[in-house]
Ligand binder design. Structure first.
Ligand SMILES: Cc1cc2nc3c(=O)[nH]c(=O)nc-3n(C[C@H](O)[C@H](O)[C@H](O)COP(=O)(O)OP(=O)(O)OC[C@H]3O[C@@H](n4cnc5c(N)ncnc54)[C@H](O)[C@@H]3O)c2cc1C
Length: 309
């Protein structure tokens, strides 16, 4: 059996957990990220329930098996080589939408798509989260990265969070128990906290006005961003009081091609996959952009995109 089809030695122990969730072996991760790049993962679990998650997290940690929790992979760069671990992909029960008794308040599952969330809020006439219409991630990813756009940030509307620790214990905490900053939150799987759902409190507004704001956010994306090409959104964080895209453009890197990847001619902080790009095309282009911007402006751009190591 060649290495690409190898079943890892910990596979029998994982099977012994008797999960209700589907386990796949050597599954390509290309379909699990918006750049459409990356090699296979030894194991991938479509985690359907909190019970299964509570079995998996202690198992993976006690056995030192590398694991990574993926939302829609819309802020993720994955190497082309095989990833020797388990990808946890939340689905099933984690896609819930549960309006609460308190007005304009809803508990959303971590795997619910941001776009679906924004549309449902708008159809109720609840305002605040219209900016999510252009963010192709999940609620869990939005909390973990404190996603934001058009002057709004996820943490402004989150009231409480349900999360699981690495021993499989569920916690329910108020938002203020955690720190949030620009594209940062302490509620991140890498920090040992897996978000299972979050409760949002929105504002009531004229439904026509909310719809209008949503359409404006959508129009902005279509005009300014290469929405029809695979990307990860903004590759670099904006430096204080500036814009990464402005600096990259000033460095004349717009349209720069490497292999099958390109600095988008439409938005300089986007790198697009022209079709079959290799992860090294992206890594190379990122290095080139960083070095040139540093030479020209003495600013070190920090990646916003996360790398599956
Ligand atoms: C076209 C495009 C436009 C974009 N525009 C924006 C924008 O305007 N603003 C913005 O902020 N971002 C934007 N992004 C980036 C991206 O969509 C966000 O960062 C999004 O919040 C990531 O969500 P995800 O579910 O895809 O997370 P992933 O990319 O899958 O994961 C990102 C990180 O979050 C962690 N994570 C995911 N789910 C959970 C969970 N349940 N519990 C704990 N940790 C978790 C992962 O482990 C990983 O570390 C854009 C991306 C694209 C492709």
């Amino acid at each position: 059996m060649n290495d690409e089809n190898k079943i890892p030695e910990w596979a029998p122990a994982l099977k012994d957990l008797k999960l209700g969730s589907r386990v796949r072996w050597n599954e390509s991760l290309k379909r699990f990220n918006t750049w459409r790049i990356g090699g296979p993962s030894r194991g991938l679990v479509d985690v359907e329930t909190e019970e299964d998650l509570a079995r998996l997290l202690p198992f993976l940690n006690k056995n030192d098996i590398p694991w990574f929790l993926i939302g829609k992979g819309s802020n993720l760069l994955i190497h082309d080589r095989i990833w020797e671990g388990v990808i946890l992909h939340l689905t099933g029960d984690f896609k819930s939408w549960q309006p609460q008794e308190h007005p304009q308040t809803v508990c959303a599952g971590a795997a619910l798509a941001d776009v679906t969330f924004a549309q449902r809020c708008v159809s109720q006439g609840w305002s605040g989260m219209e900016f999510m219409i252009g963010i192709p991630g999940t609620i869990g990813g939005a909390v973990a990265t404190n996603a934001g756009a058009h002057g709004g940030e996820t943490c402004e509307f989150v009231r409480s969070i349900r999360w699981m620790d690495l021993e499989g214990i569920v916690h329910q905490d108020q938002r203020d128990a955690f720190q949030f900053a620009y594209r940062f939150s302490e509620l991140d799987a890498k920090q040992g906290r897996v978000v299972t759902s979050a409760t949002f409190e929105l504002a009531e507004e004229d439904p026509q006005q909310v719809k209008q704001t949503l359409l404006e956010c959508q129009r902005f994306r279509m005009e300014k961003q290469p929405y029809n090409q695979p990307s990860c959104g903004s590759v670099f964080k904006n430096p204080p009081q500036d814009y990464a895209a402005r600096l990259i453009e000033l460095s004349r890197l717009k349209g720069k091609v490497r292999g099958r990847a390109q600095v988008s001619p439409k938005h300089a902080n986007f790198i697009v996959n022209l079709g079959d790009a290799a992860s090294d095309d992206i890594f190379g282009l990122m290095d080139e952009v960083r070095e040139q911007v540093y030479r020209d402006h003495k600013i070190d751009l920090i990646p916003e995109v996360q790398i599956l190591q």
